[in-house]
Design a protein around this ligand. Structure first.
Ligand SMILES: Nc1ncnc2c1ncn2[C@@H]1O[C@H](COP(=O)(O)OP(=O)(O)OP(=O)(O)O)[C@@H](O)[C@H]1O
Ligand SMILES: [Mg+2]
Length: 348
């Protein structure tokens, strides 16, 4: 058997008082998550981390590994959705020479690479039914054979899964095997989307400003206005989207402070529904006023995007020019002259 090769993974994140990678946040949800991580770290159960894309599911998996007794063993990550079904056995269990016509050497699979440590099955609910059956068989028999091999291999691996879909829904819809789910003895660990823990946003923004500052792009600060807009935004891509945005701002802006004007314009359009809903809950506007304000915002933005050419703005909004004109009149949106072609080209 050849020497196992460690799967490449990024360097460990700095430790917190918990001893795991840094999981920033002071919201109740994140505090509870930290407690749950601590709780499950040393159990043998399979943890199933459930969160939308970009919420930090892999970070949570690493935190569990780093806090567990297995911390000195490997953490091996497998992106289940990325492996073609006919390669899954080779990827998981490795191969012996001659397994395929071009397989000249033996290769360890992910289960062997993770021996003594943790195997992280990312997007586990995306496994095909056949791959689920293969996984179930390994869990039941507690051993496997390499592709093209004859000797059974036993490993000591703790499984952690992550999913962005509700596995119980997937079971109901017949996409995930119920017997595999019960065999996994799953402890669920939900990671809430960032829009449900907006009090963490300022901490995370500062964390990423510090993380992505460097010699060529020194660390920047952010003013209150800009931060407020980031807090209002609903972050469909969660923490991953925020990290990318902050990295972009640190790299592209040459001023030491980030202002609201430096933020991308599309933040507004996604912020508006939340801010308007807030104004209804706070009693400062009625439903009709909030809906009008939302419509006004969309139409104004469509007009700006199309240099005030109403026919194009109407097409963008999926309505006729006559309805656009009617809405502009009733919502009090002034008619601006279309910008000249050369200015339009510059603006585009
Ligand atoms: N609470 C947090 N504190 C600090 N950094 C975080 C936090 N949550 C996520 N991150 C960072 O955000 C990025 C995305 O996190 P991660 O890769 O764990 O998310 P994911 O749920 O696996 O997302 P993806 O769908 O992008 O794979 C990583 O750089 C991670 O370090
Ligand atoms: Mg991930």
């Amino acid at each position: 058997m050849s020497e196992p090769q460690q799967a490449p993974h990024p360097p460990a994140a700095p430790a917190t008082s918990l001893g795991g990678p840094e999981l920033i946040g002071q919201s109740t949800a994140i505090r509870q998550l930290r407690e749950a991580i601590h709780h499950v770290a040393d159990s043998r159960s399979t943890v199933l981390i459930a969160g939308e894309d970009g919420t930090g599911t892999e970070l949570v998996a690493r935190a569990i590994h780093d806090l567990s007794m297995r911390r000195d063993g490997p953490f091996v990550s497998v992106h289940c959705a990325a492996i073609p079904e006919d390669l899954i056995a080779t990827e998981w269990f490795g191969q012996e020479p001659g397994a395929f016509t071009d397989a000249r050497t033996s290769r360890n699979g992910r289960f062997e690479l993770a021996d003594g440590g943790t195997l992280f099955l990312d997007e586990m609910a995306d496994l095909s039914f056949r791959s689920q059956s293969i996984l179930l068989r390994v869990l039941e028999e507690r051993e496997f054979t390499r592709v093209g091999g004859a000797c059974p291999v036993r490993v000591d691996v703790r499984l952690i899964g992550a999913t962005h879909v509700d596995v119980e829904d997937a079971i109901r819809e017949g996409r995930f095997r119920e017997d595999l789910f019960s065999r996994l003895n799953v402890v669920p660990l939900p990671v809430p989307p960032l829009r449900e823990r907006s009090e963490d946003i300022p901490l995370l923004v500062r964390h990423f400003l510090a993380r992505h500052g460097n010699i060529t792009s020194p660390e920047k600060s952010i003013d209150a206005d800009a931060l407020d807009r980031l807090v209002q935004y609903d972050w469909p891509g969660n923490v991953r989207e925020m990290e990318n945005l902050v990295k972009h701002l640190v790299t592209l802006s040459d001023r030491p402070v980030i202002h609201a004007a430096d933020l991308p314009a599309n933040l507004d359009i996604r912020t508006r529904p939340r801010a308007l809903a807030q104004s209804v809950w706070m009693g400062s506007s009625s439903l009709t006023e909030a809906v009008d304000a939302f419509e006004r915002g969309l139409i104004t933005e469509a007009l700006q995007r199309t240099a005030h050419v109403q026919t194009r703005a109407a097409r963008l909004l999926g309505i006729t020019r006559r309805i656009l004109k009617y809405k502009m009149d009733t919502l009090g949106i002034p008619v601006a002259r279309p910008r000249s072609r050369s200015r339009r080209l510059k603006a585009a």
